[in-house]
Write a new protein. Structure first.
Length: 349
């Protein structure tokens, strides 16, 4: 049995209709639909429309705000801070990237920090807003309402996977890096639990501190292992502390405030290479690096050396040409919401 395939336009229209019917402002419904479908086109299937049902329930429960705008906490031109007022993370993040791109054109670099946002989805989905303009971008996120990763050497969860994404322009396709401070994610663990599967390696730790590949340990006090695992987890631990500081710390709102319900903090940074060593000089360096990595002889069992984001770009091109493949069960999970909201399901290709 193959996973169902849909046209990207049909999925966008379907998702927009769902979120509009749920009560989101039109611009917010558009943003949520756009970046969830973008994630699916790139192959990030746990962070695309797989999240839509959760988001819709958050709207119904009053956890995600339906309407309104952010509050500007501070604005010094190149540095901006918003209170997101628990609005959709996709809208807040995309607006932050657009503003950072605009301000970077004026100041050379810009940073926009958001506190009190709802979940933002796949960070990689927003990178092209900057890289298509030849700008370097970084996005970091953390969730002060979650605690699924223990500090290295500890047993109890304190922080979340704390992802960071980077978009690096090159003379060809941009390098798109999307990594987290934990080896795996809560969404992937939940998927494996639903499907009765285990991880391929010990990427978790049970409540007693033993390495495990069974996602069910998370339901019994276990945690996600930091990047680096049991032996080198101080690397992921350090990454998480940095992510927490530049998101919640700079936003001035986070774990110390014990927020209830889904909550996220986000930091967007954009650099214009023209304000530094120059655009052509920047591309000369990134182009050399990209070429050197691709030309590197592959080790046994590897067909070729790829750059981060290369496969995602290929998947997106394929999705636009022949349709978006949705992971099995995603559309089924949205049927109750579509029926409740009176929205027709998209036709399969």
């Amino acid at each position: 049995m193959t996973d169902p395939r849909y046209s990207s336009d049909a999925l966008l229209a379907f998702a927009h209709s769902l979120f509009s019917a749920a009560g989101l402002d039109d611009d917010k419904a558009t943003a949520v639909a756009t970046y969830l479908v973008e994630a699916d086109m790139m192959g990030h299937s746990t962070h695309g429309l797989a999240l839509a049902g959760w988001y819709l329930q958050s709207i119904a429960d009053g956890i995600m705000a339906r309407t309104g705008s952010f509050e500007t906490v501070s604005d010094r031109g190149a540095s901006v801070c918003w209170n997101g007022n628990r609005l959709p993370g996709a809208w807040l993040t995309s607006e932050a990237v657009k503003l950072a791109v605009e301000r970077a054109g004026e100041f050379g670099t810009a940073t926009v920090v958001i506190g009190n946002s709802h979940h933002i989805g796949a960070l990689a989905a927003y990178l092209s807003l900057a890289t298509e303009k030849g700008l370097l971008i970084s996005i970091a996120s953390s969730s002060p309402s979650g605690a699924q990763v223990a500090p290295f050497g500890g047993l109890k969860g304190v922080y979340t996977p704390d992802p960071v994404a980077h978009g690096i322009p090159t003379p060809g396709d941009p390098i798109l890096v999307d990594i987290s401070a934990s080896i795996t994610t809560v969404n992937m663990a939940q998927r494996l639990i639903r499907e009765g599967r285990q991880y391929e390696a010990d990427w978790l730790m049970d409540a007693e501190g033993n390495p495990s590949r069974d996602p069910k340990v998370l339901e019994a006090g276990g945690t996600l292992l930091p990047t680096g695992g049991i032996d080198h987890g101080q690397k992921g631990y350090g990454m998480a502390l940095i992510a927490e500081a530049i998101t919640q710390g700079l936003a001035g709102y986070g774990r110390a405030d014990a927020p209830k319900g889904t909550n996220a903090a986000v930091t967007v940074q954009v650099w214009d290479p023209a304000a530094f060593g120059g655009k052509d000089a920047f591309l000369r360096q990134t182009g050399w690096l990209a070429d050197a990595c691709r030309a590197n002889p592959p080790r046994p069992g590897v067909s070729k050396v790829r750059l981060p984001g290369e496969a995602a770009a290929a998947r997106k091109r394929g999705a636009l040409e022949t349709g978006v493949v949705l992971y099995t069960g995603i559309m089924d999970s949205l049927v109750p919401h579509a029926q409740r909201l009176g929205i027709e399901l998209p036709a399969k290709l």
